[in-house]
Design a protein around this ligand. Structure first.
Ligand code: NAD
Length: 469
């Protein structure tokens, strides 16, 4: 028996009691989560600094503000989202009520990664609470200080009958996954995503997998090079490159590379000073294992900017690599560190072919002042999300669904999409108990002459269409 079986069955009993269903209950839990964010802000800043020297400004923007925005968006809209959706009916059910009820799944498991340990645990949690579920949260064990903070303090704000935090490493998470959950929401690497989906399959539990991958960034010849350099460098070096939606590599012409390199050099100095190691605004790699992995990727191509490392501090300078080949190690895996390789392509069509020859990314970035270039890339490629002329900013809009496709993930969340992800769309038909004579045509003994009437009552007709419209 899994060590967490008792916890899961306790939460399931609470869910079955109907406690989490009323709107007022959900709103109260969400408001309590807001209080956690306000009252524990300083502890969150300290824990993220201790774990990976995350600059406080970056924590404010990417952890606290995103959670607050998601929370407010949900509190503002929950009433409307929860409403039953009445649907079109056929003739046979005209006098009845047919609707879709957004039903909670039950007991949900949320597994978070370490790179944005508050955001990527709490934003899914907001959706799960809004949809009326009970939740087991499993934060990453890699960011130890945040894990401890969340485990010790978050349960004090929420209803402990319905919400629990489990601290677990790989072995214990494997055991936790043996339990039957009603939904699993996982954020992390594609390889662990596969493990989670396999465990979920044993119970036929539906999953959302928010995974990673290599996000291409195509820079066309027609753009403002200074602006591109600032926006790409910000997206790549934020959180020391440990961001799932960071631009992973740049594709551009050889001429653009000539212009982009000095602009990147200038902007890196502008952002982090002559020695980024001394900048309070540049983070560190989360752990020694991750440091060794990212450091090994520095040997691809030629280092045009940066390249300095310090294992003691787990520091890797903001780095730009050129003359990178497609089969270099840096192009074989998600970088997840402050390294930006530039690969040259001859044209936008070459960039499209390059992108389409690889796994579908979580997000695709395009920089161009020509609308037709942006449109061409948008129409000819496939990715979880798409953002033109900036990086990461698409994530700041809660009404844009966020998620991957193919190897970069399965499912979507944020805002209404979170609420829908954690809700089962339960179809309901409420018929009257009388008027039995109207049902007679469908019962045996079958009378073929009644078939046209039955078909007229139940079959959907093709609407008349005008080809010119
Ligand atoms: P990870 O897959 O190593 O770990 C994620 C979670 O899974 C952690 O809580 C960990 O304890 C757990 N875990 C690890 N091994 C496990 C196993 N064998 N069985 C069960 N659970 C296991 O990912 P990470 O290193 O924490 O995060 C980095 C990855 O996450 C990157 O690939 C990144 O792109 C991806 N990511 C994706 C998103 C997104 O929204 N799509 C966001 C952030 C990070």
């Amino acid at each position: 028996m899994s060590p967490h079986a008792e916890l899961v069955s306790r939460l399931r009993a609470a869910w079955l009691s109907g406690k989490t269903r009323p709107t007022e209950y959900r709103l109260a839990q969400l408001e309590a989560l807001g209080r956690f964010l306000d009252e524990k802000k300083q502890d969150i800043l300290e824990a993220t600094a201790a774990d990976m020297r995350k600059p406080p400004f970056e924590v404010e923007v990417s952890e606290l503000s995103i959670c607050r925005s998601e929370l407010n968006h949900t509190l503002n809209n929950l009433g409307a989202w929860m409403k039953d959706k009445h649907v079109e009916k056929n003739w046979a059910t005209q006098l009845d009520s047919a609707f879709i009820r957004k039903d909670p799944y039950g007991v949900v498991l949320i597994i978070g990664p370490w790179n944005y340990p508050i955001n990527l645990l709490l934003v899914p949690l907001i959706g799960a609470i809004a949809a009326g579920n009970c939740v087991v949260m499993k934060p990453s064990e890699i960011t130890r200080n945040v894990e401890r903070l969340v485990a010790e303090t978050l349960p004090r704000y929420l209803d402990e009958d319905c919400f629990a935090v489990v601290t677990a490493g790989v072995e214990e998470t494997t055991r936790l996954l043996e339990n039957k959950f009603d939904y699993i929401f996982f954020t992390g690497s594609s390889s662990v995503g596969r493990i989670v989906m396999t465990a979920a399959a044993k119970h036929l539990t539906p999953v959302t997998l928010e995974l990673g991958g290599k996000n291409p960034c195509y820079v066309s010849d027609s753009c403002d090079v200074q602006n591109v350099a600032r926006r790409v460098a910000w997206g790549r070096f934020f959180n020391a490159g440990q961001t799932c939606v960071a631009p992973d590599y740049v594709l551009c012409s050889a001429e653009m590379q000539e212009k982009l390199l000095p602009a990147l050099r200038e902007v890196i100095t502008e952002f982090y000073g002559p020695n980024p190691r001394e900048s309070p605004d540049f983070g560190r790699i989360v752990g020694d294992r991750q440091f060794q992995r990212v450091q090994a990727l520095l040997h691809s191509g030629h280092t045009a900017i940066g390249g300095q490392t310090d294992a003691e501090e787990r520091y890797i300078a903001p780095t730009v690599l050129v003359e990178v080949q497609q089969d270099d190690p840096v192009m074989q895996e998600e970088i997840f560190g402050p390294i930006l390789p530039i690969l040259t392509v001859a044209s936008v069509d070459d960039a499209i072919a390059f992108i389409n020859a690889r796994e579908r990314p979580l997000v695709l970035y395009v920089f161009s002042s020509r609308k037709e270039v942006v449109k061409r890339v948008l129409e000819r490629t496939s990715s979880g999300g798409f953002c033109a002329n900036d990086t990461i900013m698409h994530m700041t809009i809660p009404s844009l669904p966020f998620g991957g496709i193919g190897q970069s993930g399965l499912g979507r969340y944020h805002g209404r999409s979170s609420f829908e992800t954690f809700s089962h769309q339960r179809s309901a038909l409420l018929r009257g108990a009388g008027r039995e004579s109207l049902n007679t045509p469908r019962y045996p003994p079958y009378a073929p002459h009644r078939l046209p009437l039955l078909r007229a009552a139940t079959e959907t007709k093709r609407r008349a269409t005008c080809l010119l419209l």
